[in-house]
Design a protein around this ligand. Structure first.
Ligand code: HEC
Length: 118
């Protein structure tokens, strides 16, 4: 009898945990919670982009700098547009596909660029 109660209790605990996990999944398909210890947009930028885009400039092609006015002039009006460039860059810029940069990382570096360079 006692064992049966323990079984019910364990079942309730498992159900509770599943419930919490599921709530986490329902948050937003595109916006998972941040992973502790994941590289920030700034760290990614410094590691992967700043060679060609120091301080938001463009050493290869100044007309494609990362300041807000130049971005707007080139039709880049939101972080999502920057993610699209990473996935499909113009000449002279390396491809950052999902193997190099997860969606989460691409979004982090894109919003860093969009909010940092004026
Ligand atoms: C090897 C040099 C190089 C690296 C590394 C590089 N880029 Fe670029 N980037 C370029 C060049 C060249 C262009 C212009 C391409 C074109 O003509 O469309 C460009 C264009 C861009 C643009 C469009 C700017 C505009 O005004 O239209 C964005 C945004 C951008 N890069 C972001 C990044 C980010 C974020 C990273 C790092 C994840 C990165 N780039 C890494 C060379 C580079």
């Amino acid at each position: 009898m006692r064992r049966q109660w323990a079984g019910y209790l364990a079942g309730a605990v498992v159900a509770g945990v599943l419930c919490v996990l599921q709530a986490g999944c329902e948050r937003h398909a595109g916006e998972p919670p941040p992973i502790p210890g994941a590289e920030t947009g700034e760290a990614l930028f410094l590691r992967l982009c700043s060679g060609c885009h120091p301080g938001g400039r463009n050493v290869k092609y100044p007309a494609k700098s990362l300041d807000r006015m130049t971005l707007a002039a080139n039709g880049v009006n939101k972080p999502r547009d920057i993610v699209n460039i990473l996935r499909n860059p113009g000449p002279g810029m390396p491809l950052f596909d999902r193997a190099r940069l997860s969606d989460r990382e691409a979004e982090a570096v894109a919003s860093y660029v969009f909010t940092t360079f004026k």
